[in-house]
Design a protein around this ligand. Structure first.
Ligand code: MN
Ligand code: MN
Length: 312
């Protein structure tokens, strides 16, 4: 079973809304190599796991799968922040309730041309379980063969491809909110690559010479470099509240990334406080306020009277 802590796994750095960047991030959430897949893939692999003597592998999958729930929360909330306020919205952090549509434009006019119109039309300026082209997330992305070696190999490909795509998204936007989250997820992808590489090594795969971890030189990004200097690529969280996880039996020793670091485990990261976003009236989100309800009622009464007047 799972516990929940009301903290975000990494800070969501404030910046202006950017719906186009939000849409690019949808690939990292609901794409074929996104966080929803890593979450479901590792959790299903751990739920379906066979072989009590192989418990450390189950615990490694279970811990990483649990961390991925926090990544879904992080990237989903980041997308919501990036779509927060209509595209015409010019509010600053110091003036959070600016007036969308000021100057005669309709409040959400740019929703027609920026990013994914569903962020504004179907949702109330928030994340959706879809990829950046709007395709719904699919359970068929999940790979769980039941064979531990094949599952670990697929997990490594999944993390590596996810990291590759996030490096590309980083190069698409300079929005601080987007880049901070992307950088964090890039570094955690590397930690998970290390985990699956280490697990494969323990099963006899000569990782360094057979299948070196794909290099994407993400350390050139300053936000990534800062996290690498903190060693975030070489720690694995167990999320084991009762400390029953045996994942540390695998996640230890020299890093397979050959960066000179030693692998270690902790129960969970410290996290940062969560704030709930302001309401957005142009989206009727979270609901209708009393003034608007009165306006709708008055309009309806006029229409009813007009209809009665036209009646024979
Ligand atoms: Mn992740
Ligand atoms: Mn991962």
């Amino acid at each position: 079973m799972f516990l929940h802590v009301q903290r975000m796994i990494n800070e969501i750095v404030p910046d202006e809304p950017d719906p186009a960047a939000a849409n690019a991030l949808q690939e990292g959430l609901g794409g074929q190599f996104g966080e929803m897949r890593t979450m479901m893939q590792y959790l299903f692999q751990s739920f379906n796991f066979r072989g009590p003597t192989a418990k450390p592998y189950r615990d490694l999958l279970h811990g990483i799968g649990t961390e991925e729930i926090g990544h879904v929360e992080l990237i989903g909330t980041t997308i919501a922040r990036l779509t927060d306020g209509s595209p015409r919205y010019t509010g600053k952090a110091t003036k959070p309730v600016d007036e969308p549509g000021k100057g005669g434009a309709t409040p959400m006019a740019d929703a027609l041309s920026m990013g994914n119109i569903h962020h504004f039309l179907v949702g109330g300026q928030g994340a959706l379980p879809v990829d950046s082209a709007g395709n719904p997330w699919s359970g068929s992305y999940v790979y769980n063969s039941g064979n531990l070696v094949l599952d670990l190999l697929n997990n490594l490909m999944l993390e590596s491809t996810g990291r590759l795509q996030k490096c590309r998204i980083y190069e698409m936007t300079d929005n601080k909110t987007a880049r901070a989250t992307i950088a964090y997820l890039i570094v955690r992808d590397q930690a998970h690559e290390n985990a699956f590489a280490k697990a494969l090594e323990s099963l006899g795969v000569n990782w360094g010479s057979v299948l070196p971890i794909p290099k994407t030189s993400a350390e050139q990004f300053p936000e990534v470099k800062k996290l690498l200097d903190q060693g975030l690529q070489s720690i694995q969280y167990t999320f084991s509240a009762d400390n029953m996880s045996d994942a540390a039996k695998l996640y230890r020793g020299a890093s397979p990334s050959n960066d000179g670091t030693e692998l270690s485990t902790a129960i969970m990261p410290e996290g940062t406080p969560i704030t709930i976003a302001p309401e957005r009236r142009e989206e009727f989100s979270p609901g209708l306020d009393p003034e608007l309800l009165a306006l709708i009622q008055a309009t309806a009464e006029v229409e009813i009277k007009a209809a009665e007047g036209n009646a024979p």
